[in-house]
Design a protein around this ligand. Structure first.
Ligand SMILES: Nc1ncnc2c1ncn2[C@@H]1O[C@H](COP(=O)(O)OP(=O)(O)O)[C@@H](O)[C@H]1O
Ligand SMILES: [Mg+2]
Length: 260
């Protein structure tokens, strides 16, 4: 039900002086539970594609199906409903509200939906803990590292329990160790059955996905599966960067969940 399918998808931006053909006919299917990395040079249409998948923008042509729903025929209200109920967004620039605390930032989508009761507040505290920020609930974004800010953004993206997580260069501003932590969180979310589509320009990040799609000049250049062995190897290289919390004790490292 939560698969997504695109056929001959096109997006043109009409400017005064020219028309930019950002996507020129792209087709692929994303089955439920997939984990896809979208790669390609700057300007190849990656963000445009992610914005269409996230119903932030409408295609100029072709078809985009989310489950059985054709995005092209939906009203603005239906699109807004899909965006808030089914999709979690994570961006490179964490897009947090500087005046709000960690837990308040996580609450923002619920606040706008007028759904912020006691149960929801508790859920936001749980989500903060889920991303390892249980001791930072009252901190403001300026008091957090980049990786911590991105974890707040991920917790916020999870408040409506989305089926899809869409991430645009989510680790683009982070060092390798922090990137490894964020990707291990993505692995967990994917192991729970959430479909993840992430844009990245880093091979080492893309190697963590189940599948790598490359765009070039608004067209699909390649679409390949990543072997479980190569994903596992990338996860282990990443794990070696994450410090062990009880580093004095002898411990076997926790394996990062990787499914075939
Ligand atoms: N809002 C916009 N208006 C006009 N042109 C745009 C807009 N967004 C993107 N483009 C153009 O569309 C092309 C694809 O952009 P984008 O999807 O952002 O690529 P990528 O994310 O791969 O770098 C580029 O030529 C870019 O300049
Ligand atoms: Mg981009």
């Amino acid at each position: 039900m939560h698969a997504c399918s695109i056929r001959d998808l096109k997006k043109e931006y009409v400017l005064k002086s020219e028309t930019v053909r950002a996507l020129r006919g792209v087709s692929f299917d994303v089955p439920e539970g997939d984990y896809v990395a979208i790669m390609g040079p700057s300007g190849s249409g990656k963000s445009t594609l992610l914005n269409l998948l996230g119903c932030l923008d409408q295609p100029s042509g072709g078809e985009l199906l989310l489950g059985k729903d054709n995005v092209a025929t939906m009203t603005d209200d239906q699109l807004a409903e899909i965006r808030s109920r089914r999709i979690g967004f994570v961006f490179q620039s964490y897009n947090l509200i500087q005046q709000l605390t960690v837990v308040e930032n996580i609450q923002v989508p619920l606040y706008y939906q007028g759904k912020l009761g006691a149960k929801e507040r508790k859920r936001c505290v749980d989500l903060a803990a889920r991303v390892g920020l249980q001791d930072r609930l009252s901190h403001r974004p300026t008091q957090l590292s980049g990786g911590q800010q991105q974890r707040v953004a991920i917790a916020r993206s999870l408040v409506n329990d989305p089926y899809f997580i869409l991430a645009d260069e989510a680790t683009g501003n982070l060092d390798s160790k922090t990137t490894a932590e964020i990707l291990s969180l993505f692995n967990e979310l994917n192991a729970e059955g959430r479909t993840i589509i992430m844009v990245t320009h880093e091979d080492e990040v893309a190697e963590r996905a189940k599948r790598i799609i490359r765009l070039r000049d608004g067209l699909l250049q390649s679409d390949r599966l990543n072997s479980p062995e190569s994903r596992q190897a990338a996860a282990e290289r990443a794990l070696a960067l994450i410090p062990d919390p009880q580093d004095d004790e002898e411990q076997t490292p926790t394996p990062i969940p990787v499914e075939a």
